[in-house]
Design a protein around this ligand. Structure first.
Ligand code: ZN
Length: 275
């Protein structure tokens, strides 16, 4: 049951555990799972914290899937001061410099190493290329602890990274839960809204959904949108890119389950190959 329990981003994370429980988890060789999102506009209907709620839900599903494989893990409290280039001109999108994010990553990895954890798997909840490049740079620089970025082949290629890079824990392709829509669904559209309807229904403005027309945008619009700031605002004046009116909670539950299984597989594969 995630609908109510998932409302706290600390739910099932280290933040809700005690220090002796953390000591035991580290001694058991638990892998640390970490969601890294951002506080960013998500249309008139979704909360700014959407990119934190979604990877948090996916990591809870991944943790359960790992436990079923006999692999212990803990979830670090989510990171949400990520980099907003694309939607940075909208109200509510906090603008954090990459160097600020990098310094914080360094300190968190050092803290986890100090506590005896040996492996960390970072899952981004935010599609912005600069955010993800900054995350990967932090992963690459981590010292005294084995840190990987969980990523799909498509994300790795979009960032200009080699999917076979040892610092990437590659997710297997995720089966689409339904046939692809006619238009792109990128931001605060059908799939993100579906997940929030499942995970945090109390903070979704569902009453607005019928009024939000599909943006009907394609790859050319996406390229323009990714140039960011005022370009993004021109392409999506209401902030969403996709079809939020098509959202439903059942699809959201399925997406979280499928993504969670993919992340668990990526972690299990990386641990099997690790020295
Ligand atoms: Zn998002």
């Amino acid at each position: 049951m995630t609908s109510q329990s998932g409302y706290s981003v600390f739910h099932e994370t280290m933040a809700d555990m005690t220090y002796p429980e953390i000591e035991r988890a580290a001694a058991d060789g638990a892998a640390v799972l970490w969601a890294l999102g951002v506080i960013e506009q998500h249309g008139p209907h979704l909360p700014l914290g959407t990119d934190v709620y979604i990877p948090s839900a996916v990591l809870r599903a991944a943790r359960h899937a790992l436990a079923a494989k006999g692999i212990p893990s803990v979830i670090a409290p989510p990171f949400y001061w990520g980099v907003n280039h694309v939607t940075g001109t909208f109200a509510g999108s906090f603008v954090v410099r990459p160097e600020t994010m990098l310094e914080l990553l360094k300190d968190v990895f050092a803290s986890l190493a100090k506590d005896g954890f040996r492996r960390v798997f970072c899952l981004s909840g935010h599609g912005d290329a600069l955010h993800n490049r900054t995350l990967f740079e932090g992963v690459r620089r981590a010292q005294g602890i084995d840190v990987r970025m969980v990523a799909s082949e498509a994300l790795a290629r979009r960032l200009g990274l080699d999917p076979a890079d040892a610092k990437i824990a590659l997710t297997p392709p995720v089966a689409a839960p339904k046939p692809p829509a006619l238009h792109l669904d990128i931001h605060a559209g059908e799939w993100e809204t579906s997940i929030l309807l499942e995970e945090t229904p109390a903070i979704v403005h569902a009453e607005l959904l019928p009024q939000l027309a599909s943006t009907r945008l394609g790859p050319g619009d996406l390229a323009e949108w990714r140039k960011g700031l005022d370009n993004a605002k021109r392409v999506t004046p209401q902030g969403y890119f996709g079809n939020p009116a098509a959202a439903d909670a059942t699809l959201g539950a399925k997406l979280v389950e499928l993504e969670g299984q993919a992340v668990a597989q990526a972690v299990a594969d990386a641990l099997r190959k690790a020295p």
